[in-house]
Design a protein around this ligand. Structure first.
Ligand code: SF4
Length: 626
């Protein structure tokens, strides 16, 4: 809190911050006090002072009824600013509703609404306000509604963009996989995290609303007599500009200063907060290539994946980072997925957790979880039976909510527990994953946890239900070695006590070897080898990965092994074997024919035209793969 306070203090010490604070204070004080102090004086008609120019008694002169223009300008502050703020509130409120509705409405209706917002945004704001003012009618109410609704499309667009950026965050995915409904997801996880940029935009929008209001009143379709705002005063002043040029000066200066105040406040808030994002899609994804079907999966399989593909639209067509992946996971089994960055292992994990966001497209010949097609499983079913542990424990939790509350939400949603009972279960689960002083910790925010403790709490969240499968995507990458070991032990213990299968994604083959009994090696979006961790590796890529593993036995006098070259980009996968350019055994056949994943031994599949069976030099296969 102190840090946040110091950020604001620093912002207010800048020239922009100081000016905005002074101007805003002036506007607020005048809005409150001016009508009380000078309301009667501003309304007093003086037939002896009609249409006078500036003088000591009337610094900006008088109007056609002898009323003092300075007092009238000061008194008009309340109405002018009040109406602008009201219109902004209508615009922001309507914008938030329009911007969030597409997320909760059926897809077609949502798209239609988005298209309507897009068309409305294309209209210049003032033109739209004029159009709406005609519809709502002349007068204060009509003008407020017109300006408010004219501002709404821009707010709606902003909400859509910000929501899209937050929806991709891990803590939202965690809530979704926990089965939190769309409306609740929006209300509890998305909106609280886009509030600050919305406030920034609303503050700047209030300045625009002020100008728009002055414009409508100036045109005679805003505030009507006997009420008056700065726009009306400006119009009256311009009517007599040849008699008293100063008459238009006071309201014009007031509009400029108040508009400046709002914009500078917005700039100051924006400087403290800061935000940005975007998204896109095009055409239909390419049809999946035919791949050989997976051998009959075991009867106790909790996850069956056959010819899984994940595609994303790009500027030059579709990119397919996962290109036909097939495997199954048995109940209680621990399977590791290894490969370099960009091999498609994390996307595979997201696809089987139903977390690939649009515009990504997931297709598969068969994708079943616990005997049910994944696409047909309800969020509630999936939420209790499938747990996800993400790479970055900091982004896995909503930073604005206490850890215990986030865990408890799972039981409130799925088990119908009361808030108190759900919280008690959350404390129990935190204790189960060895978070010390679980009750006190449950009342803390994620930033008060250490990295390892957050990761344990994330596993605890998965245990709020009865998970059949825990998908852990690089769960130890962000942790130091000691904590990494603790988390791996916890996963192994959880598997024993809960009977849950584990799909562990990692770039570290040693981590997978310690934790899993089977290993899937991925390269360029395909599984190139599927082997028990105690078996000798046969694929040149797996062997190269093993050769680069460093441990305490590694000869420090010899240079470290590296795999030459880089994996191909997902949109530039070559014909034939994708590893051919880096493979020392590549033949002509390898460069033209794509090898298929085929059984090489019992429980061992390999996709290679020249699989190896000899031991790695200086390292037995047992040591290497297990
Ligand atoms: S198919 Fe050929 S290029 Fe590919 S890994 Fe096997 S030997 Fe190497």
């Amino acid at each position: 809190m102190a840090r946040r306070g110091s950020v604001w203090t620093a912002a207010l010490r800048t020239p922009v911050g100081a000016c905005s604070a002074v101007l805003l204070a002036l506007v607020v004080v005048l809005s409150v006090l001016a009508p009380l102090l000078w309301g009667d004086g501003a309304a007093a008609i003086d037939t002896d002072a009609i249409g006078q120019g500036p003088s000591g008694a009337h610094p900006f002169g008088t109007d056609s009824l002898g009323r003092d223009l300075l007092l009238r300008t000061l008194v008009a502050t309340r109405l002018s600013v009040g109406l602008a703020v009201l219109a902004t509130a209508i615009g922001a409120g309507t914008g938030v509703v329009l911007g969030t509705l597409p997320s909760v409405l059926p897809r077609r209706v949502g798209r239609l609404l988005t298209a309507v917002v897009d068309i409305a945004v294309a209209f210049p704001g003032l033109l739209l306000a004029l159009f709406l003012a005609v519809i709502f009618g002349v007068g204060t109410h009509g003008a407020v509604l017109a300006i408010g609704f004219a501002m709404a499309p821009a707010f709606a667009r902003l909400v859509q963009t910000l929501s899209a950026s937050v929806s991709g965050r891990d803590f939202v995915a965690a809530a979704r996989i926990a089965g939190v409904g769309r409306a609740r997801l929006l209300a509890r996880h998305v909106l609280p995290n886009i509030g600050e940029p919305l406030v920034v935009n609303a503050t700047i929008g209030a300045g625009s609303a002020l100008l728009a209001f002055a414009g409508l009143s100036f045109l005679g379709i805003g505030v009507q007599a006997p009420d008056y705002d700065w726009g009306r005063l400006l119009r009256e002043g311009l009517d007599g500009i040849y008699v008293n040029p100063a008459a238009a000066l006071a309201p014009a200066a007031a509009v400029v200063l108040a508009g400046l105040a709002f914009n500078l406040v917005g700039e100051t808030v924006a400087a403290v907060v800061g935000v940005r994002t975007r998204a896109r899609r095009r055409g239909a994804p390419p049809r999946p290539a035919a791949r050989p079907a997976l051998a009959q999966p075991p009867a106790d399989a909790v996850l069956v994946v056959e010819n899984l593909r994940v595609a994303f639209p790009g500027p030059d067509g579709w990119t397919v980072p996962v290109r036909g992946v097939s495997f199954s996971v048995r109940a209680g089994e621990a399977i590791g997925v290894v490969g370099e960055s960009g091999s498609g292992k994390s996307l595979t994990a997201l696809a089987v957790s139903r977390l690939v966001e649009a515009p990504g497209v997931v297709t598969a010949d068969r994708l079943e979880f616990a005997g049910t097609p994944l696409a047909e499983a309800s969020d509630r079913e999936l939420g209790t039976a499938l747990a996800m542990v993400f790479q970055d424990p900091m982004t896995s939790f909503n930073p604005a909510r206490r850890v215990g509350g986030q865990l408890a939400e799972v039981s409130e949603q799925h088990h119908g527990l009361s808030r108190r009972a759900a919280f008690a279960r959350a404390v129990d689960r935190l204790a189960a994953v060895r978070v010390p002083a679980a009750e006190r910790r449950a009342r803390q925010y994620p930033h008060e946890f250490s990295g390892g403790m957050r990761q344990r709490a994330m596993i605890g969240m998965g245990l709020m239900g009865r998970p059949k499968l825990i998908v852990a995507d690089e769960p130890t990458t962000a942790l130091d070695v000691t904590v990494q070991r603790q988390v791996l032990r916890l996963l192994a213990r959880t598997r024993e006590t809960e009977g849950a299968a584990i799909l562990l994604i990692s770039h570290d083959i040693a981590v997978v070897s310690q934790t899993c009994e089977r290993m899937l090696v991925m390269y360029a979006g395909r599984i190139v080898e599927d082997l028990p961790t105690g078996s000798p590796a046969r694929h040149p890529y797996t062997r190269a990965l093993l050769a680069t593993t460093v441990d305490l036995e590694t000869d420090r006098d010899r240079p470290l092994e590296v795999i030459p070259g880089r994996p191909p980009e997902p949109d530039q996968v070559p014909e034939g074997c994708a590893f051919a350019a880096r493979c020392p055994l590549a033949s002509e056949r390898c460069r033209t024919e794509d090898p298929v994943l085929e059984p090489a031994a019992d429980g061992h599949r390999v996709a290679c035209w020249h699989p190896q069976v000899t031991a790695l030099s200086g390292q037995s296969h047992e040591e290497g793969a297990a």
